[in-house]
Design a protein around this ligand. Structure first.
Ligand code: ADP
Ligand code: MG
Length: 666
């Protein structure tokens, strides 16, 4: 009986209910899952050496006859195998595997993968992989060729996985069908069944490359489909086009106490242009911390209101919503704009329309939204979700124009892949008056010196300067470290005796947090110790010193976001990143922090983290359900481009694109 791709793995010969559990742990439930479980690396055992050569080289694959097998008991059960070929003999040792006596037959010929260890002059060969010689290399599964090493689970070795896949090998072309059919013509892509065969049983490196190329393409094509579909859908939605009220906007721009940067101007143009269309804008404003995204959004809002519609600005926290409210009241004071705040304790959206509403996500979900809503701005977006957009679409017949502003810069490859359908405006340039924030990597043992310096700096400024000291978020589960912070707080109060030191953390009520921040802003507090609640957006111009403790626990994007809390005036500002005491010298963790200290651009540090730690680590994509690539590289934008062209074509020409989508490698 030939299995098909949806057959359960228990239908494969030799996989019982118990063994199946081990496969389930690897998310392998069906035959397809098993075939799509692919090696993460390979070992080349295709060259066979003589015993004499291997003694010389110290390792390699040999073809040898078993002369003798002995079991001895010395603390452990030890199987000793004596093997020979024309050039010599070797003694192989296996620990705790007495059953091997059955599979290693005296007088038969085997392939062995040998590694000679040398411990204080004694040479040994332990637990060598082996496989009986089959005379025809085709029949060899585990040695004498390139072999794949797979992600394993407890009780399930690469050897077992490889064996089960081998039992399906001759049927692969029947189980896996080619989803792309005619579309493969004029491409340099291998078929899917052939790629699956090659990825498991390559004859050489070239086979591996060919297979990986095709599998990467399928992974990108899946993303490309999602992007193109979203694009088609968006283009079918309607929103109200708006006029650009140039004179009015110029008056506002003239009223600002500074000149806009080129990047700000360009972003404003792109955004306003989008809102003149009948299809909703879907744009990402990707900018560095402190690059002045707020004022860009203000101009889009002003234009919307002048056109007679309402606008919503959503901030990630109530504190930030409040801060925006104050900012907008101030900058719009001569423009007669109706502004309303919508946070937990001030939550009425009044009936009147043609206004600006500022709030947080949560509250707006419960509200009746203004009928004339035509612009939604999400500020300081960390997440990759699109839920809010979906939400606003459901509420109104017309889809409002939609602008997302990033909290820190997001590298190109990520915006393309995960925000692929979005248009992107970038602000790389910082306002001219900004001074570079001097950033230092401070080894743990210099921590107290650093605090002494800060104390002196604040005192010498006649309490004009202020400092943040940041700790990683205290989670409920981390009772221990929560306690540590309280102890730490007492310690710091002692160190900074004579200065006013306060502690702001996530468990305080919103009102208490606001009060602390207010006191800090009014310089009643000199040093604010905080968990990352202050991370995003907070604007306190006289805070000139940022200390980040246990800094290795933060992603670089987050560190950069924190660093952006200082250097917000023309005063000289400082940032100290201090690792915890268990970060070793020159460890990757220390290198990351040193890179951060030496680079001031948010785009650079985000790219560094993406290259070194991968998107899952950096952006928590694992949790958000965004698919992770098995083969494709997130940096391969060329491939994405090709995939998008094909996806577009398929969606246009094919009468069953779903079939293709379902049968791609994943
Ligand atoms: P972010 O992009 O991080 O949200 P903000 O919009 O909060 O940054 O801007 C940071 C500060 O820079 C604000 O105080 C704002 O008034 C000021 N600002 C914005 N644009 C300019 C500019 N072109 N020149 C000088 N200061 C600016
Ligand atoms: Mg901001």
């Amino acid at each position: 009986m030939i299995l098909h791709k949806d057959s359960e793995i228990t239908e494969i010969k030799g996989i019982g209910i118990k063994q199946a559990q081990n496969f389930y742990k690897l998310n392998i439930f069906t035959v397809k899952d098993l075939l799509f479980h692919i090696p993460f690396r390979y070992q080349d055992t295709s060259s066979v050496f003589s015993i004499a050569e291997v003694k010389e080289k110290g390792e390699g694959t040999i073809l040898a006859e078993i002369e003798d097998v002995q079991i001895t008991y010395f603390k452990k059960k030890i199987v000793t195998v004596k093997v020979k070929d024309d050039t010599g003999t070797l003694r192989l040792t296996y620990f705790n595997q007495p059953y091997l006596k059955k599979s290693l037959e005296k007088g038969s010929i085997y392939l062995f993968d040998i590694k000679i260890t040398n411990k204080s002059g004694r040479k040994n060969i332990y637990n060598s992989k082996f496989e009986k010689f089959k005379y025809n290399p085709e029949n060899q599964i585990h040695l004498g060729k390139w072999i794949g090493i797979y992600p394993e689970s407890r009780g399930l070795t690469s050897r077992m996985i490889r064996g089960k896949i081998k039992s399906l090998e001759k049927d692969i072309s029947k189980i896996i069908t080619e989803p792309l059919g005619e579309y493969l013509k004029n491409t340099d892509l291998e078929t899917l069944p052939s790629s699956i065969e090659k990825i498991h049983f390559p004859e050489n490196q070239k086979d591996i490359d060919i297979a990986r190329k095709r599998l990467s393409f399928d992974e990108m094509l899946k993303i490309a489909f999602r992007i193109e579909k979203a694009d088609i859908k968006r283009k079918s939605e309607k929103s109200k086009p708006m006029k650009i009220e140039s004179n009015y906007l110029n008056n506002f721009i003239k009223s600002l106490p500074y000149k806009l940067t080129n990047d700000q101007n360009k972003a404003i143009e792109e955004i306003l242009e989008d809102t003149t269309k009948k299809i909703p804008m879907n744009r990402l404003l990707n900018g560095d911390v402190g690059s002045g995204k707020t004022v860009v959004s203000a101009i889009a809002i002003l234009n919307t209101i002048k056109n007679g519609y309402s606008s919503i600005l959503i901030a990630p926290t109530t504190v930030l919503a409040q801060q925006h409210y104050d900012t907008f009241k101030e900058i719009f004071k001569d423009f007669n704009i109706d502004i309303e705040i919508c946070i937990s304790n001030k939550k009425t959206i009044k009936k009147a329309d043609n206004k600006l509403i500022i709030g947080t996500h949560a509250i707006l979900y419960e509200k009746e939204l203004p009928k004339d809503l035509n612009l939604v701005i999400i500020d300081e977006q960390h997440r990759f979700g699109v839920e809010q957009r979906e939400y606003f679409k459901k509420k109104n017949k017309l889809t409002p124009h939609y602008l997302t502003m990033t909290a820190t810069p997001i590298p190109r490859s990520l915006t393309e892949i995960f925000f692929g359908g979005l248009d992107v405006s970038e602000i790389r340039e910082k306002p001219k008056n900004r001074k570079e924030i001097k950033t230092f990597f401070t080894p743990f043992k210099k921590r107290n010196d650093c605090f002494d310096w800060i104390k002196k700096n604040i005192k010498e400024s006649n309490l004009g300067n202020q400092a943040f000291i940041i700790y990683p978020l205290i989670e409920e589960s981390e009772k221990l470290s929560a306690k540590a912070v309280v102890t730490e707080f007492r310690y710091l109060k002692e160190i900074f005796k004579g200065l006013s030191v306060e502690f702001l953390h996530g468990r305080l009520k919103a009102r208490e947090k606001e009060k602390l921040l207010e006191d800090f802003r009014n310089k009643k507090i000199n040093i604010l110790i905080s968990t990352t609640v202050i991370e995003v957006g907070i604007d306190i111009p006289d805070a000139t010193i940022m200390v980040i403790e246990d800094a290795e626990r933060f992603g670089l994007a987050q560190l950069h976001q924190l660093r952006g809390r200082v250097g917000r005036s023309d005063k000289e500002s400082f940032c100290f990143v201090i690792p915890s005491s268990n970060v070793e010298r020159n460890s990757p963790a220390e290198q990351r922090l040193r890179y951060f200290a030496n680079h001031s651009s948010g785009f650079e540090v985000a790219e560094y983290d993406l290259q070194n730690r991968g998107p899952g680590e950096v952006y928590g994509l694992k949790q958000s359900g965004v698919p992770q690539f098995k083969v494709a590289s997130i940096h391969d934008l060329k491939l994405l481009k090709k995939a998008r062209i094909l996806a577009k074509r398929i969606l246009k020409e094919d009468n069953n694109p779903e079939y293709i989508l379902e049968n791609l490698f994943e």
